[in-house]
Design a protein. Structure first.
Length: 84
């Protein structure tokens, strides 16, 4: 059974100064803050993302070098996230 999720465009500032712009997928009706503060998951996928200031990134792993990169980001690395 597939669970429907909403796709939200976000901009994320990480503790190491890197910035990630992309999409997070959250349950329908869930608030973005509730998604971030949920302790069940430590990592969140960010899809169709672009990474800035990421020359010495140690907080996440990029899974491809194409335009549609996917990043698994540790929630503890997030300094600030906003919906755009």
């Amino acid at each position: 059974m597939k669970i429907e999720k909403d796709r939200r465009k976000v901009s994320i500032v990480c503790q190491d100064g890197s910035i990630i712009s992309g999409y997070v997928h959250i349950f329908q009706g869930e608030r973005l803050m509730g998604f971030i503060n949920d302790t069940k998951e430590t990592f969140i996928p960010v899809t169709n993302c672009t990474c800035y200031n990421s020359k010495q990134v140690k907080l996440f792993q990029v899974f491809s070098k194409k335009a549609k990169d996917t990043v698994l980001l540790n929630k503890s690395a997030i300094l600030f996230m906003k919906e755009v």
